[in-house]
Design a binder for this molecule. Structure first.
Ligand SMILES: Cc1ncc(COP(=O)(O)O)c(C=O)c1O
Length: 377
């Protein structure tokens, strides 16, 4: 039964220049994949994340596909990545005939455990796909040291951490290539959308070409290679530009939401919450995440059901790559076990933390949460 006064897991905020810029698209007729907002959005986003070039695409999943192809990763190659992530990471590698090599999650940050990385490197390893999960970025110094030592490429999946920094350096500025998502639950949104960032002119040109069906510049409709239609529209970029203007404000708001929840949950027994900070970064709270400790006698699926019954939207954590039915059917990751990832996938979920949330709504979520967990915590 629908609860009145239901608080959804995400509420975007679109009350800046979004409407004005969209009207401009309609008035000028620039509605497809060319237009002034696209150029501005790419250039301003590049400046924000400390990249020379940015290429706007239709979502982050295809940004990852394009990144992997542009780096020439293919048959027989290996790419190291976390098991605890979204399927887009593994599928981008599998689609080109390469193999994802998995690393378990760190129990505190939930990112890949960088201490396990070196043991996974073989002569076939071409790249490390670094995924910054939920709030705290990956410890990049350790990753970059290995990349230099073994001559590996870095693909940075920064889908969840626009505006985040590692020791003061923007997330998305590391390694050869980085990818972002603008799905509505992200810090800034274009409805659907993604961005590729790089400092390498040749890689940027390759991604631009792949995004646009690899049309030859001298004669349209002649193709030396097969590309894709992964273009972003000027309409989406109009939204993106308006959102980008407020990105710093949104990041502050997300951190404020995170801190308000921390005040409620920090001393609650029986649960683990987002790590607030490490020596290299402050959490950006893409989601406000909770993992149930072993003493809570139910799992995340039950917690989500109970929360939704009393009007609080909640979503489960990622499900590990080695436990994906589709990959098991393909014979991948046989007998591989990653206990930390397996546990957080079953016992982790996140609660409402959209940028459009009011402080009253946060208080209501916290109160409702306590109704369910009071007898255990
Ligand atoms: C880490 C990560 N990578 C990639 C994606 C895929 O993004 P998109 O939905 O834009 O394809 C997501 C989506 O949330 C994500 O969290």
């Amino acid at each position: 039964m629908a609860h009145n006064n239901f608080i959804p897991v995400n509420i975007p905020l679109l009350n800046g220049n979004e409407k004005k810029y969209l009207i401009e698209c309609i008035d000028t007729g620039w509605i497809s994949s060319e237009g002034p907002f696209l150029t501005q959005f790419e250039e301003k986003f590049a400046a924000k994340i400390g990249r020379k070039y940015c290429i706007a695409v239709s979502n982050c999943s295809v940004a990852l596909d394009t990144a992997v192809i542009s780096l020439g990763i293919g048959e027989g190659d290996e790419v190291i990545m976390p098991t605890f992530t979204i399927i887009s990471c593994a599928s981008s590698v599998i689609r080109v005939g390469a193999r994802p090599v998995l690393v378990d999650a760190d129990p505190l940050t939930w990112n890949m455990d960088v201490s396990q990385l070196e043991s996974k490197i073989t002569l076939k390893t071409k790249a490390i796909m670094v995924v910054h999960i939920y709030g705290i970025p990956v410890d990049m110094d350790k990753v970059m040291d290995l990349a230099h030592k073994y001559n590996l490429k870095i693909i940075e999946d920064a889908a969840e951490q626009h505006g985040q920094h590692y020791k003061g350096r923007p997330i998305g500025s590391f390694g050869e290539i980085s990818c972002f998502s603008f799905y509505p639950n992200k810090h800034i949104t274009t409805g659907e959308g993604g961005m590729i960032g790089t400092n390498d002119f040749r890689l940027a040109e390759k991604c631009r070409s792949l995004r646009n069906l690899c049309f030859k510049s001298e004669r349209r409709f002649i193709h030396d290679e097969m590309g894709y239609n992964y273009r972003m529209t000027n309409l989406q970029a109009a939204l993106g530009l308006a959102q980008l203007e407020r990105m710093d404000e949104f990041v502050k708001k997300k951190r404020r939401i995170g801190e308000l929840y921390n005040q409620v949950f920090a001393n609650v027994k029986g649960i683990q919450i987002n790590l607030a900070r490490t020596e290299y970064a402050e959490s950006i709270y893409w989601v406000y995440a909770i993992v149930l400790n072993a003493e809570i006698p139910f799992d995340a699926a039950e917690a989500i059901k109970r929360l939704e019954e009393i009007g609080v939207g909640a979503r489960p954590f990622f499900w590990c790559m080695h436990e994906q039915p589709v990959f098991q059917r393909m014979g991948l990751f046989k007998n591989e076990k990653y206990p930390i990832g397996e546990n957080i996938a079953r016992r982790g979920f996140y609660i409402p933390s959209g940028i459009g949330m009011s402080e009253d709504q946060i208080e209501i979520v916290a109160q409702r949460f306590k109704i369910i967990f009071n007898e255990y915590i």
